[in-house]
Design a protein around this ligand. Structure first.
Ligand SMILES: [Zn+2]
Length: 275
């Protein structure tokens, strides 16, 4: 197991720059520890990926760790995709230069394959929220630079119909966890879908863009949250960037100064999504 993975498997310690100090933190931590000790007796800890027994809650077994392809620097500053070499400065990939995204910067924890794909699908479709603490720690680490500049956290919204069907918005769950760890204001009602869209899987890149174009807006009574602010947009997966791009356009037309995107998973092989 690498240092990186060991570091990410531990509790988010916080470096003081993101977490707000609280006089209740020590007491709260003790209660949380006591609660976890009770929970271990009632529900033994299992791997979030494959459900085999492990030593602690909110983590993965060594096999599942190995099946996660973490995205590490050097990165394209705009798209967050890995770059082949580090020139020691802010780098822009050829893909971002040729077709600049509507958001400013994107960062993701891992590639959308292996165990990360299984974890995202379990979160999204099987109502498995047990991973949210680990996901929150991963996101705060992968998005450290974006969080340092952010004023508010906004999740990508689901349509009302899909929200009823799925019962929760996985992006809101992730955004809430990042807000809890960082103390940044969480604004889940800022963005709204203005019309129904087709599910994106199975659509080409151009079809995805047409499907979500103009499908998001900032609620009239939330424009004051957004105007003049740096917004951190949270989603579970970015495939072609069509959805987060449409959200970024809506946020910027409401006056957002910048829109950065933080996700659990990123599809880095765009050849898989036909144009
Ligand atoms: Zn496992």
């Amino acid at each position: 197991m690498t240092d990186y993975k060991q570091r990410h498997g531990q509790e988010h310690a916080g470096d003081g720059s993101l977490e707000r100090p609280s006089p209740w933190r020590a007491g709260h931590a003790w209660l949380a520890k006591a609660g976890r000790a009770c929970a271990d007796v009632i529900v033994p800890p299992v791997c979030l990926g494959c459900h085999t027994p492990v030593a602690a809650h909110d983590t993965l077994c060594p096999d599942c760790w190995r099946r996660i392809d973490f995205i590490r620097p050097p990165l394209c500053d705009r798209l967050g995709i890995p770059m082949p070499f580090d020139v020691g400065d802010r780098m822009i990939s050829a893909a971002a230069a040729a077709d600049p995204p509507d958001y400013d910067r994107a960062r993701a924890v891992a590639r959308y394959d292996g165990a990360m794909r299984d974890l995202v699908l379990a979160l999204k479709f099987h109502d498995q929220h047990q991973g949210r603490r680990l996901f929150g720690r991963w996101l705060t680490d992968a998005g450290r630079d974006l969080l340092a500049d952010a004023d508010i956290i906004v999740p990508v919204p689901l349509s009302r119909l899909r929200l009823i069907w799925r019962r929760f918005n996985q992006s809101a769950l992730l955004g809430q966890e990042v807000a809890r760890l960082t103390g940044l204001p969480f604004r889940p009602l800022t963005l709204v879908r203005t019309r129904r869209t087709r599910p994106q899987p199975g659509l080409s890149r151009r079809e995805r863009e047409a499907n979500v174009r103009g499908a998001f807006a900032v609620r009239a009574n939330r424009v004051t949250d957004v105007a003049g602010s740096a917004v951190l947009l949270i989603d579970d997966v970015v495939t072609t960037g069509a959805t987060v791009g449409a959200c970024a356009r809506a946020l910027k037309s409401a006056g957002a100064l910048r829109v950065d995107v933080l996700t659990l998973a990123l599809v880095t092989d765009h050849a898989l999504v036909a144009r």
